[in-house]
Ligand binder design. Structure first.
Ligand code: HPA
Length: 262
């Protein structure tokens, strides 16, 4: 299956670095970078060292990838991703997916921070994504693939693996928006009527490209805030960060389990 031309130099470089025969790949969302601490025998490579690799213009988000192991499974983690609102094309936002596929990964675990639209969700919840609404409908430019939802069939499996760890998870539909602005209250009300449970600015291009490449994938949202207008009063960012922080270890446990068993 074809990969975009810009990935050739990236993949050649990473193959030379020994990154072949991977079992799993993980894309780490905002606030979830501490999963990197759980990686054994880590080999960190800054994105800026990799020829052709997009790098984020956002200060403090230079990004790096980490080759390593989780309980004997060879894996790669992407700490820092590429958002369309930063000026990256949809193809560029899916760069980690192309790398994972080219280096032989058999499964991809995608994570993100998202705002809850579903009023029964709480900050700090982990939501396994079962459906995606693309909103602008045009996020995957690599031909007219069938865009099969390969991920929805693994939602029950992921939730039961989480339950084995005594972790409660939600499941729901992710509304993809390009950002960078947060939504208006009216948009959130309309997204709720459309059937969305959470909203965010990433993940959908990655999931659809993974589906096109037939790379087994799952995506998990950490609810970092209630979406615009869902709760009265202003968001208290300290509370939001504290809630997200409180789930970092659970998230790391779940991702490790998925690398081993999903
Ligand atoms: N809206 C869009 N993207 C987000 C949000 C949100 O409320 N929270 C985290 N990413």
């Amino acid at each position: 299956m074809s990969l975009p031309d810009f990935t050739t130099s990236i993949i050649n470089y990473l193959e030379e670095k020994g990154g072949k025969k991977l079992e799993a790949a993980v894309i780490l969302g905002s606030g979830l970078g501490s999963f990197a601490d759980a990686i054994q025998r880590p080999n960190k490579i800054p994105y800026s060292d990799i020829p052709g690799m997009p790098h984020s213009s956002v200060e403090g988000h230079a990004g790096e990838l980490i080759f390593g192991e989780i309980n004997g499974k060879q894996m790669i983690a992407f700490s820092g991703r590429f958002h369309h609102y930063e000026g990256f094309s949809f193809e560029e936002t899916a760069t980690p997916v192309y790398i994972a596929d080219a280096l032989g990964a058999k499964k991809l675990i995608i994570s993100n921070a998202a705002g809850a639209i579903n009023t029964s969700f709480s900050v700090g919840d982990l939501m396994v994504i079962e459906g995606v609404i693309r909103n602008n409908l045009s996020i995957s430019p690599r031909g007219y693939s069938k865009h099969r939802y390969l991920h929805h069939q693994w939602v029950d499996k992921v939730r039961s693996l989480a339950a084995d760890l005594k972790l409660v998870t939600q499941q729901g539909t992710y509304m993809y928006v390009t950002g960078p602005n947060y939504e208006t209250k009216a948009e959130i009300r309309s997204f709720r009527k459309m059937g969305a449970d959470a909203v965010g600015m990433s993940t959908a291009p990655e999931l659809f490209e993974a589906a096109r490449l037939e790379l087994k994938s799952v995506a998990i949202s950490l609810i970092s805030n209630m979406a615009s207008g869902v709760t009265k009063g202003k968001l208290d960012h300290n509370e939001v960060n504290a809630a997200a922080d409180s789930r970092k270890e659970d998230f790391a446990k779940l991702v490790s389990k998925l690398i081993e068993e999903f």
